[in-house]
Design a protein around this ligand. Structure first.
Ligand code: TYC
Length: 113
């Protein structure tokens, strides 16, 4: 690039347009990474409590909440939702707070999608 040319002013004929310095062609927004929130099975947390957690924290209807709970009960782990990092983190904290409050060992974690 010559001395009189930068991204704010330039003397060259059309090179900066061709390289996209003067006229951006791509939007600058990026999609956020998404995270699955996972519920883990255990032998002690009551099924009804897990269903209640899925209804209250993950806004599931009773039927879907029951299906997710039974999936976790049978398979050991299951996805209850997919969110941006901060929302996933907040949902996990809510599950752990509620489990602690009711003295259940229910565990929750998150993974990058
Ligand atoms: N396995 C538990 C029981 O038999 C039920 C349960 C389901 C616990 C899902 C945790 O994430 C869980 N009472």
């Amino acid at each position: 690039m010559n001395l009189n040319s930068n991204k704010y002013s330039n003397n060259n004929s059309d090179g900066d347009f061709e390289r996209g310095l003067l006229l951006d062609t791509k939007p600058k927004t990026k999609k956020p990474s998404m995270y699955n929130v996972l519920l883990l099975n255990d032998d002690y947390t009551p099924m009804e409590f897990v269903v209640m957690v899925l209804e209250k924290i993950f806004n599931k209807q009773q039927e879907e909440a029951t299906q997710i709970m039974l999936h976790v009960h049978k398979n050991g782990v299951g996805v209850c939702g997919t969110f941006t990092f901060e929302v996933a983190e907040s949902k996990c904290k809510s599950v752990l707070d509620m489990s602690k409050k009711f003295e259940h060992p229910l565990q929750c974690t998150m993974e990058k999608n």
